[in-house]
Design a binder for this molecule. Structure first.
Ligand SMILES: NC(=O)c1ccc[n+]([C@@H]2O[C@H](COP(=O)([O-])OP(=O)(O)OC[C@H]3O[C@@H](n4cnc5c(N)ncnc54)[C@H](O)[C@@H]3O)[C@@H](O)[C@H]2O)c1
Length: 263
């Protein structure tokens, strides 16, 4: 029996087989969880239904997190008890995640990046709370990136949004802990996904990570998935408010590799 047996977990953010949320769904399903999924809009509905079927689920719901009414409707439709909620959603306008930080930032780009990538985590938690309170040792989990804490080329406005997401994780943990709900985030190393392809010169980031991380390689969606399944499970019952790194160790280094990065 898997360590998530009988857990009911809502997964957001599956867009393709390369999505981090797909790796998380695969690990949670393997460990025995029953899964439900959200998709951003009708364009992705059929695709998501196929993914859900792979994980023995027919529970798919629309939810554009930029729309309050859609968040409200999602939890009205979900209706029963839930034991876990996984947040794997980010977006920023393209000019805000490439090139010169100040050239790309604007009030609008800042607002959209923070709305979709950070506000949505506590917004989903707030709407989910009544259902999570009926669950067994419920847990929330979001996905962050090192650009929340350290500067790097191109990540720019998304770095600000991820810093906000990480602060939201701690405040969620502080608020929900007394009610028995945990909230954490995983800071994942770079992985080639659709969202990541919007970040300027992303292939260079991948090459840098593989060259400088102590493990000397990039990580996979399955490695993030395994860590996420653990964080959503009762095995992690003493952990809340944490940002856990699944990045091959890159965050622990100052100068990672004495050999120069190949051109
Ligand atoms: N890929 C990486 O290198 C990396 C590294 C660390 C953290 N992350 C984070 O992982 C998470 C998942 O991204 P991914 O890399 O798997 O990319 P992805 O493109 O597969 O997933 C991004 C998801 O965000 C969803 N989304 C965007 N706007 C939305 C909205 N308004 N409403 C609802 N959903 C919306 C998309 O539909 C998609 O499912 C993001 O939070 C991302 O910042 C990614």
């Amino acid at each position: 029996m898997g360590f998530l047996a009988d857990k009911r977990i809502l997964i957001t953010g599956v867009l393709s087989k390369h999505s981090i949320a797909y790796g998380i769904a695969r690990a949670c399903h393997r460990e025995g969880a029953q899964l439900a999924f959200t998709y951003q809009n009708e364009r992705f509905k059929d695709r998501l239904a196929k993914f859900a079927k792979e994980f023995d689920s027919t529970l798919i719901y629309p939810c554009d997190v930029a729309e309050d009414a859609e968040i409200e409707r999602l939890f009205a439709e979900l209706g029963e008890h839930w034991d876990g909620l996984e947040h794997s959603i980010a977006y920023a306008p393209s000019e805000a995640i490439e090139g010169d930080f100040l050239d790309g930032i604007s009030r609008d780009a800042f607002r959209i990046a923070h709305d979709v990538s950070s506000y949505s985590y506590p917004a989903l938690a707030k709407a989910a709370r009544p259902l999570l309170l009926k669950g067994r040792n419920p847990a929330l989990l979001a996905l962050s990136y090192l650009g929340a804490e350290r500067t790097m080329p191109n990540y720019n406005t998304m770095g600000l949004a991820k810093a906000s997401l990480e602060a939201a994780t701690r405040y969620l943990a502080f608020c929900l802990g007394p009610q028995g709900i945990r909230a954490n985030a995983i800071s994942a190393g770079p992985i080639k996904t659709l969202a990541a392809s919007g970040i300027g010169n992303f292939s260079r980031l991948l090459a840098y990570n593989a060259h400088n991380a102590p493990l000397r390689r990039n990580i996979t969606i399955d490695e993030v998935g395994n860590a996420a399944a653990f964080m959503l499970s009762d095995l992690a019952s003493g952990i809340t408010g944490e940002i856990m790194y699944v990045d091959g160790g890159l965050n622990t280094t100052a100068l990672g590799n004495a050999d120069p990065l190949p051109a």
